[in-house]
Design a protein around this ligand. Structure first.
Ligand code: 4AD
Ligand code: MG
Length: 429
């Protein structure tokens, strides 16, 4: 039988065998402590001279940081901390030695840690953040799967741009050119006509030459699309979705969020209706603190922070100027200078986590927009067919996973929210 650290509570007073890695060791007189981790958790193994095998006590010094080993011992509840277990250890057997593990408990620079990302992932905080990420992803899938959405994943190789041509990654596709997907949205618009409520969930790519704490070159995005939803239905879905993901994650991942020292009381209010403000109202808010902001421009990171600092819940800013949004955004019928777009800005200055809106469903207008955006009409023939055959109002959005993980975990940079980040200037390891 295999025993795992996270299940030790079910085996109190039993003798178990554990396999894992040495996180830390220390000695004090007749006692030696081994902090053992196995990926599912961490447990203190206590070697008492006279109770454990004499050889285990004598050779304890062979256990260096990250040595992999097998140990046997009896599970006990911690005398002072209920729910915490420890091992009255008998012996150990080294499986793999680990001479001079490069990441010691002392401080290391970011560059050093990023170069050792493959090893850094074993440390407590990194482990906690990636476990929270896994829970967030599971909750996202459960939310949509539980509400009648069909998963219709989009291709990664694409013949055309979705989010503007400046951030396209070009690659060879036999004798043709292809681009790595910036967003699965255009394909979701097609599958929405086949399945009604759909989503895709996959990696997306942007050749953004910016080194900010919010930008990755390769990031994961979940993109729902719903037939016959308008901008306002879309906002309803956005707030229900984000409430579900946040509340479930803070309930299920308490221990990890504690390790990350996240003040979860700040996430408790993320439920019910979220504030909705027009782009023009957002501009008013920004101008009070940043008088140089030009009406009509897109928001910078600092501007988003000004807006979100006004609210204890995420805020949805809708009706951005048509001129700064993608070709597919529907123009507001009452005033075409504004689009039926919506972004969700997270609390505490974490910035935009969702971009979305209602799509243009009129064939003539989409043809005009494709021209205005300097896109090649023939690349979009299939996309325009969605407007030609049974066109329908529809709306959707994309939530960036890494920015959401950064927000929920309280991490200042997206590089710690994905196991192996791809960033501008970094592709190793
Ligand atoms: O606002 P964006 O560009 O929207 C779209 O791609 C739409 N086609 C989605 C849709 O409507 N189906 O990107 C959506 C989200 C952003 O709000 C952000 O969370 C994340 O994707 N994102 C990035 N995350 C990390 N690094 C980057 N370079 C990102 N670019 C966008
Ligand atoms: Mg956006």
């Amino acid at each position: 039988m295999r025993y795992f650290i996270e299940d030790l509570g079910k085996h109190v007073n039993e003798t178990v065998e554990l396999k894992g890695w040495a996180y830390n060791t220390r000695s004090s007189g007749k006692i030696k402590f081994l902090e053992l981790r196995d990926g599912t958790g961490m447990v203190q193994c206590i070697y008492f001279r006279g109770e454990c095998d004499e050889s285990a006590f004598e050779n304890f010094g062979d256990i260096t940081q990250e040595t992999s080993l097998k140990i046997t011992g009896v599970v006990r509840e911690h005398p002072k901390k209920p729910g915490v277990y420890e091992i009255g250890a008998q012996n150990f057997e080294i499986i793999g030695k680990s001479p001079e593990f490069p990441i010691s408990p002392k401080e290391h620079g970011t560059d050093f840690l990023m170069n050792h990302r493959h090893l850094w992932l074993r440390s407590k905080r990194q482990h906690a953040a990636i476990r929270v990420r896994a829970e967030i992803i599971k909750s996202i899938r459960d939310f949509f799967d539980g509400r009648g959405f069909t998963l219709t994943d989009a291709p990664v190789f694409t013949p055309n741009a979705c989010e503007g041509t400046t951030t396209l990654f070009e690659t060879q596709y036999f004798d043709d050119k292809a681009y790595l997907s910036q967003s699965g949205q255009l394909y979701m618009e097609a599958t929405a006509a086949a399945f009604g409520k759909v989503y895709c969930f996959g990696p997306t790519f942007r050749a953004e030459k910016s080194k900010t704490r919010r930008h990755l070159i390769e990031f994961w995005m979940v993109e729902p699309e719903v037939a016959f939803n308008d901008l306002y239905d879309n906002m309803d879905l956005m707030e229900q979705f984000v409430e579900y993901v946040v509340q479930r994650t803070i309930t299920n991942k308490k221990e990890e969020l504690e390790i990350l020292e996240r003040d979860v009381s700040k996430l408790a209010p993320v439920k019910g209706e979220f504030p909705r403000i027009h782009y023009k109202e957002a501009v008013e808010i920004i101008k009070k603190e940043n008088p140089d902001f030009v009406d009509g421009d897109d928001f910078g990171g600092a501007d988003e922070t000004i807006i979100s600092s006004q609210f204890e819940k995420p805020v949805m800013v809708h009706h951005y100027p048509t001129a700064i949004k993608a070709f597919y955004m529907k123009e507001e019928p009452k005033d075409a200078t504004y689009s039926m777009s919506v972004d969700m800005l997270a609390t505490e200055g974490y910035g935009e986590i969702i971009g979305g809106g209602q799509r243009e469903d009129d064939l003539d207008i989409i043809l005009r927009k494709i021209k205005e955006h300097d896109l090649d009409e023939k690349d979009f023939a299939w996309y325009n067919d969605i407007r030609k055959y049974g066109s329908f109002p529809h709306a959707g959005f994309g939530l960036g996973i890494e920015r959401t993980v950064a927000w929920i975990c309280g991490l200042s940079h997206v590089r710690e929210t994905i196991p192996f980040p791809r960033m501008y200037g970094r592709m190793y390891p």
